[in-house]
Design a protein around this ligand. Structure first.
Ligand SMILES: Cc1cc2nc3c(=O)[nH]c(=O)nc-3n(C[C@H](O)[C@H](O)[C@H](O)COP(=O)(O)OP(=O)(O)OC[C@H]3O[C@@H](n4cnc5c(N)ncnc54)[C@H](O)[C@@H]3O)c2cc1C
Length: 294
């Protein structure tokens, strides 16, 4: 039997601080509970939504018709060994990404520097193929421990998933899956050099993004590497535009910010207006980078 908890307010679990409660919630604390969670999910017939650190989520208001699964796999990070000139590091899906980066910098392991300043967890960063400063997470992944309804628990390797800009999917296209842990290939370098690169990346972000505001990072994906969604939103007059307690940041037009009393309804209205304006002006349909639950 799953351990059922009263569902938590998603506004307390997401960095945008919006959203009501899931109809059902499952906190996944060990690999032993995976099959029970899967069985419960099929008996409920609700869509399954997995929550990591909640830093890329816009949860709707009210009671959400979904099963919220909250993995809690915090093992590591740990060095597993070496393969040629690469060092293999493994971390549980619920390990905070900034913690993984800090540990690897201390161990003199390079690769993650460009991801400095991205909040959330290892699982969420894999599921989003998080990236910044010319660096993406998936090219560094050596293997993933995954549970899915079709195949159960297993380790998978490059070729068994697909990734692109802010996109990750299993090759066998399961309708949902849980990332349990990830192993990464890193290279040896000096800790001081790694920390300096991270420091520079962080300051660059801090001067151009509202890093401490209630947001979920960039709201829309860039239409192409050469065309930033923020530029299109700025040109369409959305930088600083406010609606019902939500606003596009005056610092970075693609950061949707909750000013304190925002709602998911207002957030979706403002996003819709922005999308329409850019469509009308540039003929480009912006795609959301943030995930809307449900
Ligand atoms: C201030 C700020 C700055 C940001 N900067 C960046 C940036 O520079 N680059 C960038 O790419 N992103 C950025 N983001 C967005 C966000 O931090 C990343 O997408 C992050 O990787 C999401 O991780 P999370 O654990 O919070 O995932 P969540 O937000 O909880 O979930 C994101 C997606 O991953 C899925 N997921 C989460 N955990 C698992 C799991 N264990 N198994 C299966 N699926 C899972 C969820 O279902 C959801 O679809 C920023 C966000 C903020 C608030």
């Amino acid at each position: 039997m799953p351990r059922v908890y009263p569902a938590s307010l998603l506004s307390s679990l997401t960095t945008l601080r919006l959203g009501g409660r899931a109809a059902e919630e499952f906190r996944l604390d060990s690999e032993d509970e995976l099959d029970a969670c899967g069985r419960w999910a099929s008996s409920l017939k609700l869509p399954v939504h997995v929550l990591g650190g909640g830093s890329n989520i816009l949860a709707r208001d009210g009671t959400l018709p979904l099963l919220l699964v909250r993995p809690n796999f915090r093992q590591g990070p740990e060095v597993l060994g070496e393969e040629g000139d690469k060092v293999i590091v493994r971390a549980g899906a619920s390990v905070r990404l900034p913690h993984l980066l800090a540990r690897c910098a201390a161990w003199g392991l390079s690769g993650f520097e460009g991801l400095t300043g991205i909040p959330g967890t290892v699982g969420g960063a894999v599921a989003m193929n998080a990236g910044s400063c010319g660096c993406e997470l998936l090219p560094l992944v050596r293997s993933l421990r995954i549970w899915s309804p079709g195949t159960g628990l297993k380790d998978i390797f490059p070729g068994q998933w697909q990734f692109a800009y802010r996109y990750f999917a299993l090759t066998n296209a399961e309708k949902y899956f849980f990332i349990i842990s990830a192993s990464f290939c890193l290279t040896r370098a000096s800790s001081n050099g790694i920390r300096e690169a991270m420091r520079l990346n962080y300051f660059k972000k801090k001067s151009t993004q509202p890093v401490l505001a209630w947001s979920a990072g960039c709201a829309f994906a860039n239409p192409s590497p050469e065309l930033a969604a923020g530029k299109l939103l700025d040109e369409a007059g959305f930088k600083g535009k406010r609606l019902g307690g939500m606003a596009f940041s005056p610092l970075h037009a693609n950061f949707l910010v909750n000013e304190g009393k925002g709602s998911a309804g207002a957030a979706l209205d403002l996003l819709g207006q922005a999308r329409e304006a850019v469509q009308g002006r540039n003929g480009i349909t912006l795609q959301l980078e943030i995930k809307v639950f449900p």
